[in-house]
Design a protein around this ligand. Structure first.
Ligand SMILES: Cc1cc2nc3c(=O)[nH]c(=O)nc-3n(C[C@H](O)[C@H](O)[C@H](O)COP(=O)(O)OP(=O)(O)OC[C@H]3O[C@@H](n4cnc5c(N)ncnc54)[C@H](O)[C@@H]3O)c2cc1C
Length: 412
C-alpha cells in the first residue's frame, strides 16, 4: 500500500550536512525542485570537522561564488605537521599543489553551511526545513517514494521522485531499509573540547603524538578546538581517572604550558566523546533512494578528508542526476552510475585512513613502544612526488569532481 503524501517535491534530501546542502544547492541551481530536511534548528553543531579543501574552493569558483566565499572568516593552512615524540614531522605541504589555492582552510562548518543555504535560497526551487527529522521512508513495494518526517512532534509525509540520504553515519533512511554497511573498525575514539586562544601564539594547527597519547589542535581563531585521542572504548576508564588527571595529560601534550589555559576544562560536561568509525555500504542505492556522504561510507577524521568526500559525492550526484530528474526519468542505472563514479576513490581513501589508523595512531595509543618516527620519514615526505601525492590526497582527493553535465545548466 502506498502512503498518502501531504506534499511533493522532485528530490527530497534527508540531512543538511556538507553532502545534503551542496546537493541541494546544485540541484536547485539546475532548476530542480528540491527539499532538504535537517533535524537541528541551526548549523551550530560542534562535532564536525572544519576543513574546507582546495577542491571545495575551486567548486565555489566554478559556481561564481569564490570571492564571496573567501570573505567568510577562516584560517589558511599551507602545511600540516605533527610532533612525533620530540621530532617535528611535516606531513603535508600544500605548496606542492598547482593552482591559485595551495592551502586548505579552517572555517567553522556552520559558516560554510549557512553560506551554502543563503546561496541556495536564491533559487525558487530550494526548500530547507530545519527542526525536521526524517524518521522513515514512504514505501511503495521495494521503492522509496519519499520521506516520513517529524516536525513539532507531528508526523508528516513528503513524496519525491528521488530521495537522497545525506543523514550521516547513523543514517535513519539506511536503517529504514535495514541496509548494513561493512565495518572496518578503528583503534580510537576522540574526546573533543575547547581551550581559549589569544592572538598569534606562534603555534599552528597540528598534532602531538606521545607514547599512549595523541592530541590534535585546530586553530578556530578565538579558541583552540582540541581532539584528544583515546583507545577505542576506553572513554569510561579515562573519565574514571578524574578530570584533573585528564587536564594533566592535556597539559603534557600541549605546546603551551600556562596551566591556567587547561583549567578552562571545568568538568566532564566540557568534554564530549565522539565515536570514530569507518564503514561502507556495498550498494549505495535502491529504487527511488540514493545514499551519499557518511550515510553510505563513514569516514575517519584521519587526514580531515570526510567533508571533501561528502561534497564530491554531492557534485557527482548532481552532475549525473540533474538531467534525469528534470526529465522525470531517474532510473536505477542513473543511481548506480553515481556509485560507480565515487566508489573507487572512496574505498581507496578509506584504505589509506585504515593504514594510518593501524600503523600510526593504533601504535601510538597502544603505548608499548617509544614514539619515534623512522629516521627516513622526513626525507621521504620531502620527496617531490610524495609531497605532491599527499597534498593532492588531502587538498583535492583521489578524484576531483567539477560542476558539469546537466548540473552546469543554470536555472533562470
Ligand atoms: C571526531 C571527528 C572529526 C572529524 N573531523 C573532520 C575534519 O576535520 N575534516 C573532514 O573533512 N572530516 C572530518 N570528519 C569526517 C566528517 O565529519 C564526515 O565525513 C562528514 O561530515 C560527512 O558529511 P555528511 O554531509 O555526509 O554527513 P554529516 O556531516 O554527518 O551531516 C549529516 C546531517 O544530517 C543531519 N541528520 C542526521 N539524521 C537526520 C535525520 N534523521 N533527519 C534529518 N536530518 C538528519 C545531521 O544533523 C547533519 O546535519 C570527522 C569525523 C569525526 C568522527
Amino acid at each position: 500500500m502506498t502512503e498518502r503524501k501531504e506534499q511533493t517535491t522532485t528530490c527530497c534530501i534527508a540531512g543538511g550536512g556538507p553532502a545534503g546542502m551542496m546537493l541541494g544547492l546544485l540541484l536547485a541551481r539546475a532548476g530542480i525542485d528540491v527539499t532538504v530536511l535537517e533535524k537541528h534548528g541551526d548549523f551550530l553543531r560542534d562535532f564536525r570537522g572544519d576543513t574546507i579543501h582546495t577542491s571545495t574552493i575551486t567548486l565555489m569558483e566554478e559556481l561564481g561564488l569564490g570571492e564571496r566565499f573567501l570573505q567568510l572568516p577562516h584560517q589558511k593552512a599551507r602545511e600540516l605537521s605533527a610532533l612525533v615524540g620530540k621530532t617535528r614531522v611535516r606531513i603535508c605541504d600544500f605548496s606542492a599543489l598547482d593552482g591559485p589555492h595551495p592551502y586548505i582552510l579552517f572555517m567553522p562548518q556552520w559558516d560554510f553551511l549557512n553560506f551554502i543555504a543563503t546561496e541556495a535560497k536564491k533559487y525558487p526551487g530550494f526548500h530547507l526545513h530545519m527542526n525536521t527529522e526524517a524518521v522513515g521512508v514512504i514505501r511503495a513495494g521495494d521503492r522509496t517514494d519519499g520521506v516520513v518526517y517529524r516536525k513539532n512532534d507531528e508526523m508528516h509525509t513528503i513524496g519525491a521522485d528521488l530521495t537522497v540520504a545525506c543523514d550521516g553515519r547513523d543514517s535513519t533512511l539506511r536503517r529504514a531499509w535495514s541496509l548494513e554497511p561493512r565495518r572496518y573498525g578503528a583503534p580510537m575514539d576522540v574526546m573533543w573540547f575547547r581551550l581559549p586562544r589569544s592572538g598569534d601564539e606562534g603555534v599552528d594547527t597540528g598534532a602531538h603524538l606521545e607514547r599512549g597519547r595523541m592530541l590534535v589542535m585546530i586553530d578556530r581563531g578565538d579558541y583552540w578546538q582540541m581532539a584528544y585521542l583515546i583507545p577505542k572504548g576506553t572513554d569510561a576508564k579515562v573519565r574514571a581517572r578524574g578530570i584533573e588527571a585528564f587536564r594533566q595529560s592535556v597539559r603534557d601534550l600541549c605546546p603551551f604550558r600556562e596551566p591556567a589555559r587547561v583549567e578552562a576544562i571545568k568538568s566532564w560536561d566540557d568534554v564530549k566523546t565522539l565515536v570514530v568509525e569507518i564503514n561502507r555500504l556495498e550498494t549505495w542505492h535502491r529504487p527511488g533512494l540514493l545514499l551519499i556522504g557518511d550515510a553510505s561510507h563513514a569516514m575517519s577524521p584521519v587526514g580531515g578528508i570526510g567533508i571533501n568526500l561528502a561534497i564530491q559525492d554531492a557534485v557527482a550526484a548532481a552532475n549525473i542526476l540533474a538531467g534525469p530528474l528534470r526529465a522525470g526519468a531517474v532510473s536505477r542505472d542513473h543511481l548506480a552510475a553515481v556509485q560507480t563514479r565515487r566508489e573507487k576513490p572512496t574505498a581507496r581513501t578509506q584504505l589509506l585512513q585504515r593504514i594510518a589508523q593501524r600503523r600510526v595512531i593504533g601504535t601510538a595509543l597502544a603505548g608499548n613502544r617509544p614514539i619515534r618516527p623512522p629516521f627516513w620519514l622526513p626525507w621521504l615526505l620531502a620527496r617531490p612526488p610524495v609531497k605532491r601525492r599527499i597534498a593532492r590526497l588531502i587538498g583535492i582527493g583521489l578524484q576531483a569532481e567539477h560542476i558539469g553535465g546537466d548540473a552546469a545548466a543554470r536555472a533562470s
